[in-house]
Design a protein around this ligand. Structure first.
Ligand code: HEM
Ligand SMILES: *[C@@H]1O[C@H](CO)[C@@H](O)[C@H](O)[C@H]1NC(C)=O
Length: 493
């Protein structure tokens, strides 16, 4: 009893001190910070935030506090931007101020702050510029990225043909195909689907997708020091990351032996060339940033694109009439005898609208990837101190009911004019916006278009259940919205 009393008094004193500090900081920093619910010390807003459905919790908070509000994920303070107007004002109109990356502890451990996705300042500027140049369509090597995707789509179609209309879960095939594009860009060549090394690499990535969702991994973000000592899936994840690093280092070593600096074959060769140009002192192009940036391309580029395709094949089963219209357009513009290419897209407004609508509807990364402000700034009369983490949410933009009437319904009409031409929308932001907009946007859109049209050029998707019963609403998680598991049969056309 005595002990309990002492603990309570101690806790009360702690809370009062924290409150005092919080108030003092708000007053002293000449300007008020965005409003938000009262945060418990250490636990933050655990009472207001449902870790299983953060997007929904955010919606509730925005109804109470408006489009700019503050929350605490554990001890981590985050300013949330809710809705198109504020996100545009921040990421586009005040682009420089908001160009920082907010690194949760897990990110720091995996990417070490030295990759494109996770770095800041000069390192980020140089790595990003380099990645954009090498990822450009006519990047490097003998073949353009477009040709590499066409080739892979061909292998994918043949692999599907070999299933002879037997229903199966297409997830694995899609991951292999998408991942091979990154392999081709980074390592210079695709892998055979049965290649042992390739399957090991994919397995490491797959496992980590699982470990990412574990509660221990989430807790690592809140209490990194403590969790660093405890066993669990988060430790396996870090071991896998180290394993992947080793894999990349091995391939890098082989590249060093076989490369010709005047003729870079791939991302790694181009990076090694950059490392040669020492010049002005300390370079951001190091062995470490090479491995973390390569890991970036795998982690950011494989799951996102293949999951989008997995959603797409489910949605198209649900709406056979939409599938048929896409196939008619493919037959009219491309025919059956040659591979789809990017030049076809401008003549295919319906297909283009369907792909946009898929990305809008599934809202793949609802919370976006955390940003940070790079200095003390003023935003809509609020004061936001340097390094504050920012969540520029994507759900409220992609599901804005004024821009996209009936936003919870899948309707390609959201991207079509009355006369059937493609209708652009500034609210189409699945890749975010501003200075840190997805560095793989061009590549991802090329993959989505070529893989989808190649599949529908050759097959009709046949569901194993009544198509009206298919549930296309995503399974919500805090990181990525996943499709419900399904099997499908591919009927040759
Ligand atoms: C459908 C597929 C994809 C979606 C929906 C997607 C979405 C995103 C989003 C929302 C961000 C955060 C941007 C921000 O901070 O504002 C991002 C960043 C990034 N993405 Fe993607 N992405 C996709 C595919 C890819 C691919 C294929 C690659 C690789 C080639 C890639 C590489 C990156 C990189 C490197 C960043 C970090 C950019 C930076 O911090 O400067 N992404 N992506
Ligand atoms: C179709 O409609 C849009 C918007 O209503 C218009 O901008 C466009 O010029 C029209 N195109 C054709 C070919 O009629």
């Amino acid at each position: 009893m005595e002990l309990l009393g002492m603990t309570t008094v101690f806790l009360l004193i702690c809370i009062s001190c924290l409150l005092l500090v919080a108030t003092w900081r708000n007053i002293s920093q000449n300007g008020k910070q965005p409003p938000g619910p009262f945060a418990l010390p250490l636990a933050g807003n655990i009472l207001q935030l449902n870790p299983k459905n953060l997007p929904e919790s955010m919606k509730k908070l925005s109804e109470k506090y408006g489009p700019v509000f503050t929350i605490h994920l554990g001890p981590q303070k985050v300013v949330v931007l809710y809705g198109y107007d504020v996100v545009k004002e921040a990421l586009i109109d005040q682009a420089d101020d908001f160009s920082g990356r907010g690194n949760l502890p897990l990110f720091k451990r995996v990417f070490k702050g030295t990759s494109i996705l996770s770095s800041n300042g000069e390192t980020w500027k140089q790595l990003r510029r380099f990645a954009l140049t090498t990822l450009r369509d006519f990047g490097m090597g003998k073949r353009s990225i477009e040709e590499r995707i066409q080739e892979e789509a061909h292998f994918l179609v043949e692999r599907i043909r070999n299933t002879h209309e037997k229903p199966f879960n297409p997830g694995g095939f899609l991951t292999h195909a998408v991942s091979n594009i990154i392999c081709s860009v980074v390592f210079g060549d695709r892998f055979d689907y049965e290649d042992k090394k390739f399957l090991t690499l994919i397995n490491l990535l797959d496992e980590n997708t699982k470990y990412q969702g574990a509660i221990q991994t989430q807790l690592y973000n809140f209490f990194p020091t403590l969790m660093g000592f405890l066993p669990g899936p988060h430790q396996k994840m870090m071991k896998n990351v180290d394993e992947t690093d080793k894999f990349i280092l091995e391939i890098t070593a082989q590249h060093k032996e076989t490369r010709d600096p005047s003729c870079p074959r791939d991302f790694i060769d181009a990076f090694l060339n950059k490392m040669d140009q020492k010049g002005n002192g300390h370079s951001v192009f190091t062995v470490e940033s090479l491995t973390t940036s390569t890991l970036d391309l795998f982690l950011a580029g494989t799951g996102t694109t293949s999951t989008t395709l997995r959603h797409a094949l489910l949605i198209l089963q649900k709406y056979p009439e939409i599938q048929e219209k896409v196939q008619k357009e493919i037959d009219r513009v491309i025919g059956r005898d040659r591979s789809p290419c990017m030049a076809d897209r401008s003549q295919m407004p319906y297909t283009d609208a369907v792909i946009h609508e898929i990305q809008r509807f599934i809202d793949l990364i609802p919370l976006n990837v955390p940003r940070a402000v790079i200095k003390d700034i003023k935003f809509r009369n609020y004061f936001i101190p340097k390094d504050t983490m920012i969540f520029p949410l994507l759900t409220p933009i992609l599901h804005d009911s004024k821009e996209f009437p009936n936003p919870e319904k899948f309707d390609p009409g959201h991207f079509l004019n009355a006369n059937g031409t493609f209708k652009k929308s500034d609210f189409f932001m699945p890749f975010s916006a501003g200075k840190r907009i997805c560095a793989g946007e061009g590549l991802a859109r090329m993959e989505l278009f070529i893989f989808l049209t190649s599949i529908l050029q050759n097959f009709t998707l046949k569901p194993v259940v009544d198509h009206k019963k298919i549930d296309i609403t995503p399974l919500i998680t805090s990181v990525a919205n996943m499709p419900r598991p399904y099997e499908v049969s591919f009927v040759p056309r």
